[in-house]
Structures are given as structure tokens and as C-alpha cells.
Design a protein around this ligand. Structure first.
Ligand SMILES: [Zn+2]
Length: 285
């Protein structure tokens, strides 16, 4: 940690979160925090305080300390900031990533690139781009549903084992509510998938990411083929219609890599007999 800290601009990162989606996770699920922020509170003579920046559906790193947020095991109490401080102080195994890996710096520079690209896209395209980005994030962060392991980012990056929420009431909600229960590793992986497919991040950065994950020895093995790594979930015919509706209407030709990805998903869904005949991106009449 620390090597890339001087490159972080907290204002840019907070813009990123507000640009993506300022949806807050419901209170009982606000369980990810930065232990160093809490230590700073206590060191400066204050009670530990829970930060709002940790509570968004896409929050994954602390922009002040350049590290991945970690989970409080039981976030159901009103004293969660104090509980988190005590939990961290009583445990030396608070961090889920190797401190000497290059991932922390990679994460912050990647988020800044994504934020910059989303903010600086042509005004006419910005709404489509931001909307599509958020929808892809949710698909990759789909909650486990009826025996599935959830979206591709959860399958590849989830570092939090044994945490299980009740299945969402519908397939649609397993997608739309997925980001709120996903862990920070999955959220970041989902950002890389979505931004790569939309051409916001160059393919070289996706490959850097897979390499950094391997080097960090986090146990993540991500396919080098982006289209394989970011495969859409297995669905039945009704599920395909939900996915189709969820992605909505957008100009596929403006996003060549995503277009290619959708062609591959459609071919797979056709082989599996669930394709309705309506390609992604085209609204059903
Ligand atoms: Zn922090």
C-alpha cells in the first residue's frame, strides 16, 4: 500500500460514485468499511464514524487510504462503526488482499480512468453510456438465484466466502439488487468488465488486471478472454426476456466490443434454446 497513494484524488473518486449511481445500500447491508479511516478517527480523539462513501452500491475502495473496503461480520447493530473498530483491533487478519500487491494502485487508477471517461463522453452519448454501464454492472453482480452462483463478477472475484443472503424474490431482482449485496472485489471486477466491454478501458488494462489478480495470489483465476470472463448468466426463456428488457434499447453499433459480446451471448442462448429471436439492444414491440 502507499506507492500509488499520491495519485489519488478523492474528489474525482467521489464524482465517480455519484456519476455511476448514487444508490445507497439499505442500512442493514451497509457493512463494508475502511479500518484505517476508523483508526484515524480514534487516533485523533474522535469516536469511529461510518462514512457515507462506503455505503453506495458501487463502493469498493477507500479513496483516502487506497485500499479495498473490508466486511463487518455483523452489521445489524447501530454501533456498527464501533463494532468494526473493535473487530479490526482484535484481529490481525482484517485485510483480504495482499498488502504488497499492485492491486490497490491499479484499482484507484482504473476507477479514475472510468470516471473520467464517463464524465467526458459526448453529452448526447453520456446518458446512454452511464445507463448501459450501470446495467452491465448489475448483470455481472447478479445475486445468487435458485442455486446459481450469481453474475460473472461474483463467480470470479467474490472473496467473501460463506456470506449468503436469502434468494431475491425474482430473477429480475437478483440482477437489479445484486450490487447491494456484492463484496468490494466483485464490484471492482464488474467495473473492469463493463468498462472494458464499453471501450472505456483498453483491453491491455483488462489483461493487466488478470495478471495483477494472479500476482496478488488472491486465488482468483480469470479467463484472459474478456468474452468468456464476462459471460452472461445461464437463463431460461423467461430469464432471457428479463435480461433483454433490463438491457433496454441502445445503439449496439456505437459499442463494437459490447456488440461482439452480445453476439456471442446470443449465439450461446440460441444453442441453449432460450433465445426469443429478439436481439439485445432492440426494444420489443
Ligand atoms: Zn480509509
Amino acid at each position: 500500500m502507499g506507492a500509488g497513494r499520491e495519485h489519488i484524488n478523492p474528489d474525482l473518486l467521489s464524482n465517480y460514485f455519484s456519476l455511476c449511481n448514487d444508490t445507497l445500500v439499505e442500512w442493514s447491508r451497509r457493512r463494508f468499511f475502511c479500518p484505517d479511516c476508523l483508526r484515524d478517527d480514534v487516533a485523533s480523539g474522535h469516536l469511529p464514524m461510518w462514512r457515507k462513501s462506503w455505503c453506495y452500491v458501487h463502493s469498493c475502495i477507500c479513496s483516502v487510504h487506497d485500499q479495498e473496503l473490508i466486511a463487518l461480520s455483523d452489521a445489524s447493530h447501530y454501533s456498527k462503526a464501533w463494532d468494526a473498530f473493535v473487530q479490526v483491533c482484535n484481529s490481525v487478519s482484517g485485510s483480504i488482499t495482499a498488502k504488497d500487491s499492485r492491486l490497490p494502485r491499479f484499482r484507484s487508477t482504473t476507477l479514475m480512468k472510468v470516471e473520467h471517461s464517463l464524465a467526458c463522453s459526448r453529452v448526447t452519448q453520456q446518458n446512454i453510456l452511464v445507463d448501459l454501464f450501470n446495467r452491465l454492472l448489475s448483470i455481472f453482480l447478479q445475486s445468487p438465484f435458485r442455486g446459481s452462483r450469481g453474475g460473472a463478477a461474483r463467480i470470479h472475484f467474490q472473496s467473501e466466502r460463506g456470506m449468503r443472503f436469502a434468494d431475491p424474490p425474482s430473477f429480475e431482482q437478483s440482477i437489479s439488487k445484486g450490487p447491494s449485496t456484492a463484496d468490494p472485489s466483485s464490484r471492482f471486477g464488474s467495473v473492469v468488465f463493463a468498462a472494458s466491454l464499453l471501450g472505456i478501458l483498453p483491453h491491455s488494462r483488462f489483461l493487466m488486471f488478470t495478471k495483477a489478480c494472479e500476482d496478488a495470489k488472491t486465488g482468483m483465476l480469470i479467463p484472459k478472454d474478456l468474452h468468456r470472463a464476462a459471460a452472461f448468466p445461464y437463463v431460461d426463456r423467461a430469464g432471457y426476456r428479463v435480461l433483454h428488457r433490463y438491457l433496454g434499447n441502445f445503439p449496439r453499433k456505437d459499442f463494437p466490443l459490447l456488440d461482439r459480446h452480445l453476439q456471442l451471448q446470443e449465439a450461446r442462448y440460441a444453442r441453449e434454446g432460450v433465445l426469443s429471436g429478439h436481439p439485445f439492444g432492440v426494444t420489443l414491440d
